[in-house]
Design a protein around this ligand. Structure first.
Ligand SMILES: [Zn+2]
Length: 268
């Protein structure tokens, strides 16, 4: 299955228009058939849907709540560090059982309160948010959707719409908000590693101590929960923790040159 999946992507890369295969800022060849404008529209639609559902269930925290304040403050610093030209929005969903967060294409961020006791401090939450923002800035959602389109044998992404109910669940899953809809397409290991690396740079540049990252992933592993995004393609958190420890030398100059932020405990 995996082999045929890879062949399809390689084939799609070969036969599709040249702009479908681009080298991203990390020097990796990526396969993307979907434009930013279209991805951002999908991101907006998916975000509205998630927030409307949370609002109905009384789980959407007010913008004046301490948890929202901390998420928005850290998020704006990560956003600035990413230099992405997104229309950033932040939301906190009060769901203690969900150890998760996401950033949709175009910069629509949601953090579930379940991740806060695991993150414990602002620096660790910055690492989490850096990781999520990196998925968006590196266009991982568009790549994943392009793979889905290639598998479905579709030559064009022109008709993708969340309103098209036939494909809607697939697109939502590809956007990593599928946990709310019973399905999810995990990011591949390559995307996870890239998001860890790029995200750690964002957090360090934003003034958050990157040395919080290895311990965070140890706690994530020890939490005994299976967060839909974070653990799905990293069955061994200790490997991830080691990889993040090995990146410390690389990101230290960014942290040293940043406007350092005091690492405070997250609000309970
Ligand atoms: Zn991820």
């Amino acid at each position: 299955m995996l082999r045929s999946f890879i062949s399809i992507i390689v084939l799609a890369c070969v036969v599709s228009a040249a702009e479908s295969c681009v080298t991203n800022s990390e020097g990796r060849k990526s396969f993307n058939m979907i434009g930013d404008g279209q991805m951002n529209n999908l991101g907006d639609d998916a975000y509205k849907e998630v927030l409307t559902k949370a609002q109905k269930e009384g789980k959407l925290l007010s913008k004046s709540s301490p948890k929202h304040e901390v998420v928005e403050r850290i998020g704006l610093r990560i956003a600035a560090a990413s230099k992405a030209d997104f229309k950033w929005e932040f939301a906190v969903i009060d769901d203690p059982k969900t150890v998760n967060a996401f950033c949709l294409p175009g910069g629509k961020i949601a953090v579930y309160t379940g991740i806060m006791p695991v993150a414990q401090t602002e620096a660790a939450l910055a690492v989490v948010m850096g990781h999520e923002v990196a998925h968006a800035t590196m266009r991982h959602g568009a790549e994943r959707m392009s793979q889905q389109l290639a598998i479905a044998g579709l030559a064009t992404a022109a008709d993708i719409s969340l309103k098209d109910s036939k494909n809607r669940d697939l697109w939502m899953a590809a956007l990593a908000v599928g946990a709310n809809f019973g399905v999810i397409l995990p990011y591949g290991r390559g995307h996870e590693t890239e998001a860890d690396s790029v995200g750690l740079k964002y957090a360090a540049s934003a003034g958050y101590d990157p040395s919080a990252a290895p311990e965070l992933w140890k706690r994530m592993g020890a939490s005994g929960m299976s967060p839909p995004e974070f653990m799905s393609t990293h069955p061994d958190p200790s490997n991830r923790s080691r990889a993040l420890a090995a990146m410390q030398d690389q990101v230290k100059p960014l942290y040293d040159g940043s406007e350092k932020q005091t690492d405070r405990p997250l609000p309970k």
